[in-house]
Design a protein around this ligand. Structure first.
Ligand code: GLN
Length: 476
């Protein structure tokens, strides 16, 4: 079930297995278990089989079927697919079909991947449990009474359930790393600007990044290498070539300095903290030096994020006006139509964010809230820069807890926001970070250890992640 991308690609390219068979196997698992899990908003079975047939034809003709030949990949449903509904799990986009493909979708297609479906998410990627989807929650395949995390819960669950060999998610405050941790898969948030966001529906533009979910660290490296790199159509895209990652996987950690954040905000459950402690020990045993550092601003990350992200969201979501996209609720005049459409089209959490963001940006409060948050963001960057003058990477929990039961945090937005305590700082700084499964905690559920690195420090981050994976006894 936890088949790697690499094994699929080598079998398909050598002709040992057909891409159609690989796709059928995944569709079979979807058929068997998707009614229970609900990882997808849309399964693209016909299109996937057709695409797989093309890959097989290329192989049969002796052509190059690409570095992801025949690999079934699921896409978070906030990435544009030409002519294919893209909903952001929101009613407001009802009936909308994007006129173009996101750059990541083009790159996957060019590499020979097979897009198998669009995955469920918290509406507009706002949430940490996928309970905010307008289409109902996704269940955690490891324990369906629990959440898969969020907001990319469908993408994490699709990989954990074997519905796709890999998937893409987006991470604005932790939405790749936290669900990866809760579903026991690898999840990477790359450096801001490493992966094009053309065609990613915007939530908070100064924070959003696309990244992979995979069964193991090497797959994540391979997939990230494929989707990263300059896109002239995205003004935030980094012009320099993205560093190679595969060569780092066997580097080991000898001579690397791994930072432990002495003033890390409390809040991780003991079972999670135990695994992080074990990760430090494993890296020390493998030859790394563990160094204590302080990052005083870390603790303010959550507060700053929950002003900056809603502020940007309130601006980005202004475009859903009943005129240009999706849903329109008719009313007596234009203003009434806007109000009726937005009231009917957005769920409670999205409305909350729009109101918070509008307030934080409003005259008289701008300096006190949004302006202040930007200053904290700057302090965060300064504190991380100081830490990275002493260490190569940092290690923290990815999520404060293992997967939690449905409904336990929905009544209290703040409790839900606290899921993001350890993931948010890397979004505020634009640095890369990833979650690697490292054993289990309460109730035998997976724990993710987060590896953080400075901007474009992915090669070192992957070297450490690969070592943790070896120490944990290999991929799941
Ligand atoms: N949980 C965070 C939020 O609700 C992060 C979401 C994300 O990364 N997209 O905003």
């Amino acid at each position: 079930m936890s088949e790697t991308i690499r094994s699929i690609v080598s079998a398909v390219r050598s002709g040992a297995r057909s891409a159609v068979d690989v796709t059928r196997e995944h569709l079979g698992r979807i058929e068997a278990r998707e009614p229970e899990i609900h990882a997808f908003n849309l399964v693209l079975d016909d299109a996937a089989l057709e695409r797989a047939g093309e890959i097989d034809a290329t192989v049969a003709a002796g052509g190059d079927a690409g570095p992801l030949a025949g690999v079934p990949i699921a896409l978070k449903d906030n990435m544009c697919t030409r002519g294919v509904p893209t909903t952001c799990s929101s009613r407001i986009l009802e009936g909308w079909r994007p006129p173009y493909d996101a750059t990541v979708v083009e790159r996957l297609a060019a590499a020979g991947a097979v897009i198998i479906g669009k995955t469920n998410l918290d509406e507009f990627a706002m949430g940490s449990s996928t309970e905010n989807s307008a289409f109902g929650p996704t269940k955690n395949p490891l324990d369906p009474s629990r959440v898969p995390g969020g907001s990319s819960g469908g993408s994490a669950a699709a990989v954990a359930a074997g519905f796709a060999a890999a998937s893409l998610g987006s991470d604005t405050g932790g939405s790749i790393r936290q669900p990866a941790a809760l579903c026991g898969v690898v999840g990477v948030k790359p450096t801001y600007g490493a992966v094009s966001r053309l065609g990613l529906v915007a939530f908070a533009s100064s924070l959003d990044q696309i990244g992979p979910f995979t069964n193991d660290v090497a797959d994540a490296a391979l997939l990230l290498e494929t989707i990263a790199g300059h896109d002239p159509a995205d003004s935030t895209s980094i012009p320099e070539p993205f560093p190679a990652l595969m060569p780092s996987l066997d580097r080991g950690v000898v001579g690397l300095r791994v930072g432990r954040i002495a003033d890390l905000p409390a809040g991780a459950d003991p079972d999670v903290q135990n695994r992080v402690d074990a990760a430090f020990e494993a890296l020390a045993k493998a030859g790394a030096e563990i160094v204590d550092v302080t990052i005083p601003a870390f603790t303010y990350g959550l507060t700053a994020y929950y002003l900056i992200a809603p502020a940007e969201a309130s601006s980005n979501l202004a475009r859903y006006d009943g005129v240009r996209f999706g849903l329109r609720v008719p009313a007596a005049d234009t203003n009434a139509m806007y109000a009726a459409t937005r009231s009917a089209g957005f769920g409670a959490e999205v409305r909350r964010r729009i109101m918070l963001g509008t307030y934080a940006l409003s005259a008289g409060y701008y300096d006190a809230y949004y302006g202040k948050a930007l200053k904290v963001r700057r302090l965060m960057s300064d504190d991380f820069a100081a830490a990275y003058s002493q260490v190569d990477v940092l290690l923290t929990p990815a999520s404060p807890s293992v997967a939690f039961p449905f409904g336990t945090k929905t009544a209290d937005p703040l409790a839900m926001y606290l899921c993001d305590t350890y993931t948010i700082p890397s979004n505020l700084t634009g640095h890369p970070a990833m979650s690697v499964p490292f054993g289990t905690g309460a109730d035998g559920l997976p724990v993710g250890v987060q590896v953080l690195a400075p901007a474009l420090g992915e090669p070192t981050m992957f070297a450490v992640a690969a070592e943790l994976e070896r120490a944990a006894g290999g991929a799941r």
